[in-house]
Ligand binder design. Structure first.
Ligand code: 13P
Length: 253
């Protein structure tokens, strides 16, 4: 049985004050969230402060990105070793906002995935199609290409210590959630694609759904066979709603 997981991607939001209030709300309700991995992914600069505030709580820490490089003259970059040093367990790689706003391609994403692993971090690999790609009927080709770039560089066994997040770009921040059927279809495709290479890795792989998940739709999404939890954007900035989503994962698990 795969352990459910809910990760909050705070994106570029928050202040020391707002983060403290948000964490206080999450900490107050986290005791009821059992059998589920709960992770928060604040902006880089708040990682040490969040680490301090969640210390001894069952809340994991993730970063939103990582450099493909390990150290040196790479102004503005943050290495996997640094993330590990400040207490991260997870790191998001290949988020669609990195891919589509900052032009990060499959090859760079795969190198970031490799860098995360080199430093003992669990990568959360994001994949997902644009609206026009869905309308053109090429969703599976796009997701396969994004997945294969990582598998070709790191080998399928690397996915045994990774998480995949399916985030259809048209569903992110739009309020337009993929239906549970649409999401399940792509999740099943991802698992089957991995199973072609290694059935055991595929069976154990956690595949999260992301894109306008909220307290109202989480339960239905997480109830599907291949949806193992969620990567939550906007709703992870509201403590009560984030906890509702975490509890939906508990019920589905
Ligand atoms: P929203 O939940 O705001 O749609 O964002 C999803 C996302 O991009 C999480 O990484």
């Amino acid at each position: 049985m795969r352990r459910p997981m809910v990760a909050g991607n705070w994106k570029m939001n928050g202040s020391r004050e707002s983060i403290t209030a948000l964490l206080a709300e999450i900490k107050a309700g986290i005791g009821a969230v059992t059998g589920t991995d709960v992770v928060v992914c604040p902006p880089y600069v708040y990682l040490p402060e969040v680490r301090r505030q969640v210390d001894s709580m069952p809340i994991g820490l993730g970063a939103q990105d990582v450099s493909d490089q390990d150290s040196g003259a790479f102004t503005g970059e943050v290495s996997g070793a640094m993330l590990k040093d400040v207490g991260c367990t997870y790191v998001i790689v290949g988020h669609s906002e990195r891919r589509n706003i900052y032009g990060e391609d499959d090859a760079l994403t795969a190198r970031k995935f490799a860098a995360a692993r080199r430093h003992g971090l669990i990568p959360i690999l994001c994949v997902g199609e644009l609206l026009e790609e869905r309308e053109q009927g090429v969703t599976e080709q796009v997701v396969a290409r994004q997945l294969d770039a990582v598998i070709e560089l790191e080998g399928v066994e690397a996915l045994a210590q990774a998480v995949v997040a399916y985030e259809p770009v048209w569903a992110i921040g739009t309020g337009r959630t993929a239906t549970p059927e649409q999401a399940q279809e792509v999740h099943a495709f991802i698992r089957a694609r991995v199973a072609e290479r290694n059935a055991d890795v595929a069976a154990g792989l956690r595949i999260l759904y992301g894109g306008s998940v909220n307290g109202g739709n989480a339960k239905d999404l997480f109830g599907r066979a291949d949806i193992d939890g969620g990567l939550i954007g906007g709703a992870s900035l509201k403590g009560g709603e984030f906890l509702t989503i975490c509890n939906a994962a508990v019920q589905a698990g």
